[in-house]
Design a protein around this ligand. Structure first.
Ligand code: F6R
Ligand code: MG
Ligand code: MG
Length: 364
């Protein structure tokens, strides 16, 4: 069995919140290389999307392993020291806990982990988002694993034909439910269509029971009780064979659907699929970006990555995302570009409401 752990955090932006500094990423690589040398990790790859650093790790310790989580935490602490020296923006932004206490979950960084029995050939896709939030993967996961117009394999490939099970988390009430596609489709969509509250955590193949996908569902603001930056998400998806083909996994991103995030984590806008070279959101701190790195696992080694959205096939999605971005921007501070009052990560409402309290008059 091999465990794939992706643990990510924003430990400082360069410049502002737009990108990651090479020295911060190098610190991540040095720490993980040391862990590989001492046998804790089988392999690793450090990457980025915008101001977030993603530690992609393989090992044999299983999920929620204290040593692996401590390695990630310590790596983020070291990278924060580098960010502080360079006076990068928001150094240590996502490290909410004062000290590591056994598990990275609830401490600020986002994580997605899966333990698998590596197949004779194991293609995996690691998604890395910036300027968006947990729940952004609801729509694409639905399309990949439940929509035959996206994934013809659901109709014409026997190993996919019995459908997939979705583990959905209620991120506010800390509850979960498993719903099956296609049987529970209509029930499922009432939740998935409300991604600020309900997020798909895992997906399983119903005939084999094997895990197909896992995403991070950490909500920083719910952890800290106040705005502390967006919970830019990550996700791991297995492809081919009993799972959707690589092209079926990537197909949902040809339509730049609308996600929460963007400027001040308080706006709606399109999710733009980009290659690493374009993973630097600077137009109105966005629009929200998504990178996908593809790997072949070989006895736990990460063969890759391939930069999956580095394909002219996604040019039209990027063009459309810019067009949608312009339209949304034209709405300025009005909903639905601006998020509803209780969803905004920044607000002056309590201050303004207090100031104007006496000027409000009862209606006649
Ligand atoms: C969004 C994000 C940025 C900041 C914005 C203001 O997730 O990180 O859009 O919210 O640049 O940042 P501060 O308040 O730090 O000046
Ligand atoms: Mg930041
Ligand atoms: Mg970010």
């Amino acid at each position: 069995m091999v465990t794939v752990s992706v643990i990510k955090a924003d430990v400082g932006g360069f410049v502002g919140h737009s990108a990651s500094h090479p020295d911060v990423l190098d610190t991540g690589r040095e720490e993980l290389e040391r862990a590989k040398q001492r046998g804790l990790l089988t392999d690793y790859h450090v990457s980025y999307c915008g101001d977030d650093m993603f530690l992609i790790m393989t090992h044999d310790r299983g999920e929620d392993n204290e040593e692996i989580h401590r390695l990630a935490w310590d790596t983020f602490i070291k990278a924060t020291d580098v960010a502080k020296k360079l006076k990068l923006y928001g150094a240590g932004q996502d490290l909410l806990a004062d000290a590591f206490s056994g598990n990275i979950r609830g401490a600020g960084p986002g994580s997605a982990e899966m333990t698998i029995d590596e197949r004779p050939s194991e293609p995996i896709l690691v998604f890395m988002g910036d300027k968006t939030s947990a729940g952004a993967f609801n729509l694409p996961l639905y399309k990949m694993f439940a929509d035959p117009f996206n994934t013809p394999g659901l109709v014409i490939s026997d190993p996919l034909h019995h459908g997939f099970a979705f583990e959905i988390h209620d991120v506010k009430e800390h509850k979960k439910i498993v719903l099956n596609a296609p049987d529970d489709l209509y029930d499922m969509l009432i939740f998935l269509g409300a991604p600020s509250r309900y997020a798909v955590k895992r997906v399983f193949n119903r005939s084999t029971g094997n895990i197909a996908a896992v995403s991070s569902t950490d909500k920083l603001s719910l952890i800290a009780g106040r705005y502390v930056g967006k919970d830019d998400p990550t996700m791991i998806v297995r492809a081919q064979g009993e799972f959707p083909a690589v092209g079926e996994v990537l197909e949902p991103f040809t339509n730049p659907f609308i996600v929460e995030g963007w400027m001040r984590g308080s706006h709606q806008g399109p999710l733009m699929p980009v290659s690493l070279k374009d993973a630097h959101p600077s137009r109105f701190d966005g629009p929200s970006r998504l990178v996908c790195l593809g790997f072949q696992l070989a006895n736990g080694k990460l063969v890759g990555p391939r930069d999956m959205f580095d394909d002219p096939g996604f040019d039209e999605a990027r063009r459309k995302a810019n067009e949608v971005a312009n339209y949304f921007r034209s709405l300025g501070p009005f909903e639905p570009h601006r998020l509803p009052l209780d969803e905004m990560e920044y607000t002056t409402m309590p201050m303004v409401a207090a100031k104007l309290a006496e000027r409000w008059q009862p209606l006649e």
